[in-house]
Design a protein around this ligand. Structure first.
Ligand SMILES: NC(=O)c1ccc[n+]([C@@H]2O[C@H](COP(=O)([O-])OP(=O)(O)OC[C@H]3O[C@@H](n4cnc5c(N)ncnc54)[C@H](OP(=O)(O)O)[C@@H]3O)[C@@H](O)[C@H]2O)c1
Length: 321
């Protein structure tokens, strides 16, 4: 496998590159298809070998097309690139899990994904249009469905048996939800993808995951500037003076320090960018590391601030935060 940067071996036995490209930013600010296609191609040229998408991002087709073009150019082989996609909240009923997987594989133009995640422990009614979810017309509770994520997980395990997903995992699960899954699973979740950055350190979750062989992936590592759920009063992570001081001392940018922080914590990270020079710069973090002192400084910035997803569906029985 050319490039890729550092990797982790998941509990499934498969290797995952620690740095990947995110491809969407929230439900409302969606990159245009051509931007996604181009950004994935730029990322592969820059050395990325891990791409994160989801059914709900509606860009699996462009992600797959970019990979296909790079394979045709001889730049990569299919097995060189680690592709993650996600089961949306409306497909949790066990009888819909396979259907959703096949839709995603069809859009991606792939025979298998490297990682398939339950996007969220909460289930919503099958067939609900995602645009209705994020801008509900009536009561949000009318969209809820009562499906136990343990039952969804059992259907996810069947996808591994069928060879459709090499590894399976979850996203936005809290510690108690992971414990329940661990007690009730045949295949344990390889990954939990959650929001993580110095303002949301989640040290307990990091420690619990490490102790139980569940790898953590950090989303919104730059504080998701521009995300629709951002509140005006929120501090801007990329402008934090302590991060800027570490960046200056290291000869790097604040964004590069924020990304390197995860690698030095044993966490993988999936920054999103549609801007070629940022995509390249975000990958250029393999030639430095943060000292214990820098990590302690960043650890001291924790303020349990969630930029994304903390305010939707708070009344759902499986609301994780
Ligand atoms: N599992 C989940 O529930 C979940 C939730 C949220 C996100 N995710 C995944 O995680 C990925 C990343 O999260 P995110 O998109 O919310 O947030 P993010 O990666 O923290 O931030 C993305 C934003 O930062 C900008 N940016 C990128 N590199 C930069 C740099 N070097 N300097 C300054 N600004 C920079 C991007 O702008 P440009 O694009 O204009 O360059 C974009 O506006 C998503 O794309 C998605 O794949 C998953």
């Amino acid at each position: 496998m050319a490039a890729s940067g550092p990797t982790v071996v998941l509990s499934s036995g498969y290797k995952m590159p620690l740095l990947g490209l995110g491809t969407s930013q929230g439900a409302i600010v969606k990159p245009k298809p051509k931007e996604v296609l181009d950004s994935v191609k730029v990322a592969i040229d820059a050395g990325y070998r891990h791409i994160d998408t989801a059914w709900v991002y509606k860009n699996e087709k462009e992600v797959g097309q970019a990979i296909k073009e790079k394979i045709a150019e001889g730049k990569i082989k299919r097995e060189d690139v680690f592709v993650t996609t996600k089961l949306f909240l409306t497909f949790h009923r066990p009888e819909h899990v396979h259907e959703s997987m096949m839709q995603s594989l069809g859009s991606l133009g792939l025979d298998y994904v490297d990682l398939y995640l339950i996007h969220n422990p909460m289930c919503l009614k099958y067939g609900t249009n995602p645009s209705e979810i994020f801008q509900p017309i009536g009561k949000i509770e009318d969209l809820y469905d009562d499906v136990d994520y343990v039952d969804t997980w059992k259907a996810m395990e069947s996808l591994v048996d069928e060879g459709l997903a090499k590894s399976i995992g979850v996203s936005n699960f809290n510690r108690q939800q992971l414990e329940r899954l661990l007690q009730n699973c045949r295949i344990k979740p390889a990954v939990n993808q959650v929001e993580l950055h110095p303002y949301l350190a989640e040290q307990d979750l990091v420690d619990f995951s490490k102790d139980n062989g569940i790898h953590l992936t950090a989303y919104s590592p730059l504080g998701s500037p521009g995300h629709h759920s951002k509140r005006d009063a929120d501090p801007v992570l990329l402008e934090d003076p302590s991060v800027a001081a570490i960046a200056k001392k290291s000869g790097k940018s604040s964004a590069q320090v924020l990304l390197r922080y995860h690698l030095d914590r044993g966490v993988s990270v999936i920054p999103k960018s549609m801007t070629p020079n940022r995509i390249q710069a975000n990958f250029d973090i393999m030639d430095f590391s943060l000292s214990q002192e820098d990590l302690a400084t960043l650890g001291g910035l924790d303020r349990k601030l969630r930029y994304v997803g903390g305010s939707d569906f708070t009344t759902h029985k499986y609301f994780p935060y």
